[in-house]
Design a binder for this molecule. Sequence first.
Ligand SMILES: [Zn+2]
Length: 322
Amino acid sequence: MTNNRAALGEMLTDLVELGAIEFRPEPIDAIVERRLKAIWAARSCPNCGEKSLHALDDSKRIWCGRCDWKTTYTRGTPFYDSELAPGEFLIAFILYADTHLSINQIAFLLSPTYKTLHGCIKETESAFVRGFPTVWDRISQTVGGPTQVDETQQECSGYKGQDPPREGLDRGGSPDGGRTRWSGEQGDELTLVAGCRDELRVVSAEEETRYDEELGPVIEEVDDLSQPLGEVWTDELPAYQAMDHDHQTVCHDDEYVTDDGVTTNQVECLWSLIQPWLAKFRGLSKQGLEQAARSYGFLRSLNLSHAPVHGIVDCIAVNVFR
Ligand SMILES: [Zn+2]
């Protein structure tokens, strides 16, 4: 085994090696097929505009009864034409987004080649992040109360515009292999901004240097996902006074909760969860950090609202045809 510096998951890996744990994607394959076919059946034909399409339980095919247009139910999703089964995608994505296991470790648990799995997870993540707002809009009608907003600095990898080299893909170079040995120049810093409202968690990465410009996009996004926005709570920095939302501030030098009950504890809690999760990447590009942080926030929202696994499937699939 090469990934012998993992902070977590070594014993789990041993259990898999001993044959004590086996992943069975079939039950999830069935969920994916059912959800995707339901989405297709509710769509109109892209060829002739017929109001609905046909899907049968025992066939992968989707077809139009009027013009005979055909496709397969995975079309337009990351599951289409992949060597991984949909259930394997989902297991890999959940292990990636909901645990501290590295993609390397997940690849070992599930057995496909690392490169394939990395691509599958990133593709699934991108579809998940894109589809979340639509699905969230449908599943949560009860989001209310104040929005807590806070920011924190996060360093990117020194590799401009790309992730650092991955373990297992090194060709030559360091005899020890593995990017734990990598010591490039320090990367750029991004500001992570999070907005928490009830169960909703929105995280974004900003390059702006003015406080109100950093916080603005997240506040607008929380507003989009849970309107009307109402009160915004943040810690106290002078630039924030310029923002045109109703807001209350808590000054952390003095107290964590004001007499009025104003606090940013939800965001502090989110940081305490997301920081160790981000650490497993050992450096991300700006783009990679932005996507990873967003997907963590959205998955956390689904977890907090006790959404079932098919909630993730819906996020991934909802943009088929768009
Ligand atoms: Zn048609």
